[in-house]
Write a protein that binds this ligand. Structure first.
Ligand SMILES: [Zn+2]
Length: 469
């Protein structure tokens, strides 16, 4: 329906992707919002026309799982994400538990760091840690626009402590569920991993290539099953982060068939990398859960879980650490000399969207709406940003990620902005190139260059979770 209106900006002639359809059209933008979607060539702009004929227009892509920890501050983090074609990120914020900071105070602190520096829109999840006092702040945090709270079922030796037991998780679920929030769980059985790591160390099995076997697939499967039990007990919507195994997927699939509000994501590294990559990259690929064997069932299971819709989202789990600390793990992949664990995590936000598009659409011939579903609409629904974000429809924010399917690109560390200093995808050839993005009607990135202004990005208050499609 044309309103024959006045548009500031028109995105002309692109292949517009929604979950149900891919069709050529013009998008008219007024005051940062999508005001019309019409046949190609039918809309005119007062200020700016961007011709994207032959290119694919996705709703603005979202990374719903990333960690920066202040090492990459919000200004840098937002530029990294924007350069990579994203328009919204949902990083994990943490509280200063050692100084007794409450969740509402932490929201204020993170917002202050964000506002004025971010080029793109940002919502937060919180990591709760293991101090029960933090739970008191959940209702106020939800009023302040943060509705997703993550806990760890693993990492027994991390300090300050993060691993929590079932009763703690249930208390958090009760508070989040009653107030319209949701719980995110890192699902691995931390007691079994603690036992195996000690056993491996006693036996001298401490090389990077030994690492994946100390957290085998059934350790995730067990914790996923327990997460489902807790979700069912509490009734709280529950999101299982970074799923890496077939056994976990099967449990989630059964729970979803039973009507439970159990949702999950996977990450490019579990789809594309394998345990054997430790031979080349050593400790730089120490991530939790670990990479799975190249000939095992897990990677193909995750691809089919994405196709079937049991897996709703793909997040990056971007979580880099200084290379020199990671590289201590060449000698002992588990613990540094003083006993602290060699940190988990690798860089990945700057390769997320390119890999999801290229490997899914280019290599596996998945339909274009798959990208819109796993990197935009479902993250927006689950984390309460829909329909403002996540969809190309009249009334939604004019956020777009534009891909030229005919270009080829190559991933190289030289072109990345983050501090990690490496990418495990070095030299990978990519089908298609993300050439432009817009955020609320303004060009955010063009040909890999961030042109949006620091401070244009906003803090997003999340609404209640909406079931994914
Ligand atoms: Zn994570």
């Amino acid at each position: 329906m044309s309103n024959h209106g006045i548009f500031d900006t028109v995105i002309r002639g692109g292949r517009i992707v929604t979950l149900s359809d891919v069709a050529d059209g013009d998008i008219g933008i007024l005051d940062g919002v999508i005001a019309a979607i019409e046949a190609p060539g039918s809309l005119t702009a007062t200020a700016k026309t961007i011709d994207v004929s032959g290119k694919i227009v996705f709703p603005g892509l979202i990374d719903c799982h990333c960690h920066f920890r202040g090492w990459e501050d919000y200004g840098l983090a937002s530029r990294m994400a924007a350069a990579a074609g994203l328009t919204t990120i949902i990083p994990f914020a943490i509280t200063d538990t050692e100084n007794g900071e409450s969740l509402p105070d932490a929201i204020d602190r993170h917002r202050a760091q964000l506002e004025g520096s971010t080029v793109l829109d940002v919502a937060f999840h919180f990591q709760l840690g293991a101090d029960p006092r933090i739970l008191e702040g959940i209702p106020a945090a939800i009023k302040g626009g943060v509705r997703s709270f993550k806990m760890f079922m693993a990492y027994k030796t991390r300090r300050p402590p993060v691993m929590v037991g079932d009763e703690f998780i249930l208390r958090a679920m009760d508070l989040a569920g009653a107030n319209g929030g949701l719980i995110q769980l890192h699902c691995e059985n931390g007691e079994v991993i603690y036992y195996l790591e000690r056993q491996f160390q006693a036996e001298g099995r401490v090389k990077p290539t030994d690492f994946p076997d100390a957290a085998p697939p059934w350790v995730e499967g067990d914790a996923v099953q327990r997460a489902i039990t807790l979700a069912k007990t509490s009734g709280c919507p529950t999101y299982i982060v970074h799923l890496s195994t077939q056994v976990g997927l099967q449990a989630i699939s059964r729970a979803r068939a039973d009507g439970e509000r159990i949702w999950t994501e996977t990450c490019p590294q579990y789809l594309l990398l394998a345990a054997e990559d430790h031979e080349k990259w050593g400790p730089l690929l120490k991530i939790g859960p670990p990479l799975r064997p190249v000939n095992g069932p897990d990677r193909e299971a995750l691809w089919s879980g994405l196709e079937s819709g049991v897996i709703s989202c793909i997040g990056s789990d971007h979580s880099p650490h200084p290379k020199e600390i990671k590289e201590l793990g060449w000698d002992n992949i588990f613990d540094q000399a003083g006993g602290a664990p060699v940190p988990y995590g690798a860089p990945s936000i700057e390769t997320l969207a390119q890999l999801v598009y290229s490997k899914g659409v280019g290599e596996r011939a998945l339909p274009l709406p798959y990208v819109a579903r796993v990197l935009s609409e479902n993250p927006a629904r689950i984390f309460g940003l829909y329909p403002r974000k996540g969809v190309i429809q009249v009334g939604s924010d004019a956020d777009f990620t534009i891909v030229d399917p005919d270009q080829k690109t190559r991933i190289t560390e030289d072109s990345l902005l983050g501090k990690a200093g490496y990418t495990p995808y070095e030299g990978w050839e990519m089908d298609g190139a993300i050439t432009m993005s817009l955020l609320r009607g303004e060009v955010l990135m063009e040909n890999g260059q961030v042109v949006g202004n620091p401070g244009y990005g906003r803090f997003l208050e999340c609404g209640p979770p909406v079931d994914p499609v």
